[in-house]
Each structure stands twice: as structure tokens, then as C-alpha cells.
Design a binder for this molecule. Structure first.
Ligand SMILES: [Zn+2]
Length: 128
């Protein structure tokens, strides 16, 4: 059975979307992805790169390394939450609506982890 490219509802073989609303939302998603894909990739690359560097720095300057990891995780989580662009694989298997939701949840989890790390970082600084 073919499914709506946006909400994954079952549709006939002649359609791509189940309704105009889904088509509108799918176009909005692709427009937004096109507009922000560069910003998203740059922030992602910087943050993903900063985490292993932070781990490396951690081995000789614990405070700076830890702060780097905490900030990179928080920024990465925030970016993924506000610009939830799932990979193509996810879009084709879950369709846009669910893939975006799952990506937002991953972003939120990263953001919460980042916030916990920042709080731990501040506590370590205060209690030292
Ligand atoms: Zn639909």
C-alpha cells in the first residue's frame, strides 16, 4: 500500500499526499530545509567536532573540556529541536511527520543532557 509522504496515511497509487493540508506541510518542510540546511550543517559539524576535542582537552584541563562538551551538547540539541531535519532514510521509512517528531525528541534529549552537564559544570565550579 502506498502512503502519504507527509502523514503516512494509506493512499491510492495515483496520489502522493492524502490531502491538500499534507501537501502544503510537506512543501513547507522542504522549503525550510532548503533555506536552513547550510546553517544546520555548519552548527552540527562544529558541535559534533567540539565533543571529541572537549574529551581530549578534558584529559589535561578538566574544567575547559567539560564546559566545551556541555556547551556543544546544548547548542546541538537546541539546533536539532528548532531545525529538525531528519536524514533521508528516516523520511522514507517514517514519512515526514513522524521523522520530524522523532528528530525533535532526539534534539530535546540532547538539550536536556546539555543542560544537566552545564548545571554539573556550574556546581563543580561553585563547590571547588
Ligand atoms: Zn497525509
Amino acid at each position: 500500500m502506498k502512503k502519504c509522504d507527509y502523514c503516512a496515511k494509506e493512499i491510492s497509487y495515483f496520489e502522493q499526499y492524502c490531502c491538500d493540508e499534507c501537501q502544503k506541510k510537506a512543501i513547507e518542510f522542504y522549503d525550510m530545509r532548503e533555506k536552513f540546511t547550510k546553517v544546520f550543517s555548519v552548527i552540527n559539524a562544529v558541535c559534533v567536532f567540539a565533543i571529541p576535542i572537549g574529551l581530549f582537552v578534558l584529559s589535561f584541563t578538566a574544567e575547559i573540556g567539560f564546559t566545551m562538551i556541555a556547551l556543544a551538547t546544548t547548542i546541538l540539541g537546541t539546533t536539532v529541536m528548532f531545525l529538525p531535519f531528519p536524514v533521508e532514510n528516516m523520511i522514507s521509512s517514517m514519512k515526514i511527520k513522524k521523522a520530524v517528531k522523532v528528530t525533535r525528541i532526539i534534539g530535546l534529549a540532547l538539550l536536556m543532557l546539555g543542560v544537566i552537564l552545564i548545571i554539573a559544570d556550574i556546581l563543580m565550579f561553585i563547590l571547588k
